[in-house]
Design a protein around this ligand. Structure first.
Ligand code: C5P
Length: 302
């Protein structure tokens, strides 16, 4: 008996960071786009709740209760009266601690797989509410596509897109801690932060599948903080831009950098140039939008 879910990474095509709230989170306007880099999460009955991991940089993945997948399984079990004796196996393909919501993807995949394995029959709204309890980016990993996230990023409104957007991602050595990047943002912004908004031009570019127009309106308010903590990212951004990317930005809290390109041929060219530049550890090519968490195999109790 087991259930397997496939879950996409995300890139923020606009991450507007507003004021720090009393609960320690920032008010956001976050335009999410799911990209076709996927983690695969399998859950199966075991003697106790534990997580295993295979893939790139898995030595950086916590295997204890800090892992969001463990917390997701424990949360579904608690809310549905199940015993959370499970092994969760994560096949990692999304950069670890890279600003692409890999941990959030694993949490969303675990929720979906546990729901299938145990036959809990939770509604989409119930699943989304559990996702929001686990983390600001987890609901988007469940729905995928493109969406505007407000509040701390968890309140989602789907956004229409057409066509395909092509990306190259440059993966840096090591990760960046999301809370540390937000703290650095606060230090640099010194309290002068306006409530953010989603540019209409960006939403129109998504709706029309117009990568060149989108390139003019990409933005990430966390980028100065990520660059302040990891100044070498400026060289990576420069190398991708020099190689012909339409636009370059830090993905979420970084340190992964994202390069919007015209088509697949340009993606291969930019990826090769980034690799040659020696400013990143590796590159990945992917396209958007991608579907949200999807059950890809289930052999279940009910
Ligand atoms: O929601 P999540 O657990 O993924 O957030 C990780 C950390 O990122 C938070 O503890 C907080 O420091 C920061 N964060 C924030 N404002 C948000 C989302 C995240 O300050 N809207």
């Amino acid at each position: 008996m087991q259930a397997t879910a496939r879950v996409p990474a995300k890139v923020n095509v606009r991450l507007g960071v507003g004021p720090l709230r009393a609960d320690g989170f920032h008010e956001l306007v976050n335009v999410f786009l799911a990209v076709g880099l996927y983690d695969t999460v399998t859950v199966m009955p075991a003697d106790r709740l534990r997580v295993t991991c295979s893939g790139d940089s898995t030595d950086q993945v916590p295997l204890d209760a800090k892992n969001l997948a463990i917390r997701a399984a424990a949360l579904v079990a608690e809310r549905t009266g199940r015993c959370p004796s499970l092994r969760i196996h994560i096949e990692k393909n999304i950069p670890v601690a890279g600003g692409m919501a890999g941990g959030s993807a694993d949490a969303a995949g675990t929720l979906l797989a546990c729901d299938a394995l145990w036959g809990t029959g939770m509604s989409r709204a119930e699943l989304l509410s559990l996702c929001a309890e686990l983390g600001s980016d987890v609901p988007f990993a469940l729905i995928g596509g493109a969406a505007i996230g407000t509040g701390r990023g968890e309140r989602l409104r789907p956004v229409a897109t057409t066509g395909t957007f092509h990306w190259v991602f440059a993966i840096a050595d090591g990760g960046l801690s999301t809370p540390t990047v937000y703290q650095e943002h606060d230090r640099l912004a010194r309290g002068t932060v306006d409530p953010p908004s989603a540019p209409a031009e960006l939403l129109a570019a998504l709706r029309h599948g117009d990568a060149a127009a989108m390139a003019d309106h990409l933005g990430n308010d966390l980028q100065p903080a990520a660059l302040s903590l990891r100044s070498s990212l400026a060289d990576t951004l420069e190398a991708g831009t020099a190689a012909g990317a339409l636009a370059a930005l830090v993905s979420g809290s970084g340190p992964t950098t994202a390069f919007l390109v015209k088509d697949q041929e340009s993606a291969r060219h930019v990826a090769a140039a980034l690799q040659r530049s020696g400013t990143c550890r590796m590159t990945r090519i992917a396209s958007s939008p991608a579907p949200g968490a999807t059950l890809v195999g289930a052999d279940c109790l009910s």
